[in-house]
Design a binder for this molecule. Structure first.
Ligand code: GLN
Length: 492
């Protein structure tokens, strides 16, 4: 039998339906691949026994002709999604030993469709980061390396476990979350596809909260079709999340292959940022040419408040985080460090349980929400956010979708940016505005850097118009014909 981990999710789905192989065999192949790839540090918890049990149940349903949309498909789950009876850490020391008594709605949707859980994927602590280096469980390693070099690179963040595992074929697809870029930037760094759907498309219930007005779940996969399949199962209205939206979930896969002729593609001129590497410029220009050749109309547009997106994000996100993280007090969840009284217990637990980046966010967030500064920082940032959203609304009067690079660079080295939080934050310059406006964005691998590393292009769409994103993303995927793969140096 050929190596089952080489299949895409769609091919595996079709192979299972045709009974070419069983979910037990497919799942077994992934469990072995995960065991041989511990160097990459992608999984915090591997649930091999549970996976085999779920695969057995899937095979029975397939035999009975009772298969769901993801029947027997082995997936990795970012460790930010609560999974019933399975350790859930958010990659933080403060959630030591936390085993949720409930399942997140998104993962429940996947299991209802027959998917198999391989385990919980590493990420930046509480999803705060762009490199997966803030995880209490150590950094995730990107399977890609620079040409002629064996130095270790970051897989992007915060969904670096998800992106690395998909790229290294350690799951057929993965769940991820995106607050400021954490699905799209890691996808760009690993040659994978990642879509952050419209805010409200996926339920946030049971997903460990970072910044509630920005957090959205989405998939990371090998290709656009797989992303369409996985998002359809993840998405949907949930009465347990008051911000989830009650709208039917379309069959995203049906959008693939539809022509982009006449599609109006906007090129925001403010995304041509100073100091952008020429190879990113060139990639963007190629993307424009591909869509033009496929019959799309290219229109230059302006998003004048773009330069205020990062500064307002780094007020709003920490503000919401400081409030969300107040619940970790050493009493209700996870780690508890004893103290001489209750205040001392809180302080010791939080000092020991949170890493440096999380503490930085809590400090910033508490500061911008404090009396006297609230109006100057938090309220101002919310006003700017409204202007950023309005920029997009106005642009979408003229165009149907926007095309930009996903990130300003290819993957960088482990430790290269850890000393300078500002340069780390700049990774999200092209992704953050999309979260502030609540819009959908997808990253598609589009080429290789001079050093042989993957680079992604981003498409941004109107609210709840993921279908147009999938259609245009598929056109880019066809034109880019990105077939490069990392060498399997990590295999034990
Ligand atoms: N890198 C950004 C941050 O650190 C975004 C993270 C995310 O999307 N979860 O906040």
């Amino acid at each position: 039998m050929t190596d089952l981990t080489r299949l895409t999710l769609a091919a595996a789905r079709d192979g299972l339906a045709k009974k070419d192989f069983t979910s037990g065999e497919l799942t077994g192949a992934y469990v072995s691949a995960i065991e041989a790839a511990s160097t990459l540090n992608t999984y915090i918890t591997v649930t091999a026994d549970k996976a085999r049990e779920m695969a057995r149940a899937s095979d029975e349903r397939i035999a009975k002709g009772d298969a769901g949309a993801l029947e027997g498909i082995p997936l990795g789950i970012k460790d930010l999604f609560c999974t019933k009876d399975v350790l859930t850490t958010a990659a933080s020391h403060i959630l030591d030993g936390f085993v949720p008594p409930y399942e997140s709605s998104v993962t429940q949707n996947l299991w209802n469709d027959g998917a198999v859980m391989l385990g919980k994927l590493n990420n930046d602590e509480f999803a705060m980061g762009s490199s997966n280096e803030t995880s209490f469980y150590g950094p995730v390693i990107n399977p890609w390396r620079r040409k002629g070099s064996d130095s270790k690179l970051v897989p992007g963040g915060s969904s670096g476990g998800s992106s690395s595992a998909v790229a290294a074929r350690l799951c057929l697809g993965a769940t991820a979350t995106d607050t400021g870029g954490s699905i799209r930037q890691p996808a760009s760094f690993t040659g994978t596809v990642g879509i952050k759907p419209t805010y409200g498309r996926c339920s946030r219930w049971g997903v460990v909260a970072f910044a509630s007005s920005l957090d959205q779940a989405g998939p990371i996969t090998r290709d656009v079709r797989d992303a369409a399949i996985l998002l359809r199962s993840m998405a949907g209205y949930d009465e347990k999340d008051s911000t989830s939206v009650d709208r039917a979930v379309p069959d995203y896969e049906a959008s693939l292959g539809q022509s982009v002729k006449g599609l109006r593609v906007g090129i925001p001129k403010e995304y041509r940022v100073e100091g952008m590497p020429s190879e990113i410029e060139a990639l963007w220009a190629r993307g424009i040419d591909w869509l033009k050749a496929a019959g799309a109309e290219i229109v230059e547009v302006s998003l004048p408040h773009t330069k205020y997106a990062l500064p307002s994000y780094y007020i709003i996100a920490p503000a919401e985080a400081s409030s969300n993280l107040a619940r970790y007090d050493g009493v209700r969840y996870g780690l508890r460090v004893a103290g001489k009284d209750i205040t001392d217990l809180y302080e010791r637990t939080r000092a020991e349980g949170f890493g440096a980046e999380v503490r930085r966010r809590v400090l910033i967030g508490t500061y911008v929400l404090s009396a006297g500064y609230y109006d100057a920082y938090y309220v101002k940032a919310q006003q700017v956010r409204a202007l950023i959203a309005r920029d997009f609304t106005q642009a979408f009067e003229k165009v149907d979708v926007l095309l930009t690079p996903t990130a300003p660079s290819a993957a960088f080295g482990i430790g290269e940016k850890t000393a300078d939080p500002l340069s780390m934050y700049l990774n999200d310059v092209f992704t953050v505005p999309v979260n502030l406006a609540g819009l959908p964005g997808i990253s598609i691998p589009a080429g290789l850097s001079g050093e042989g590393l993957p680079l992604g292009l981003q498409l941004i769409g109107r609210a709840f118009d993921e279908e147009t994103l999938f259609r245009a993303a598929h056109a880019i995927e066809q034109a880019a014909d990105f077939t490069a793969e990392p060498e399997a140096w990590w295999r034990a």
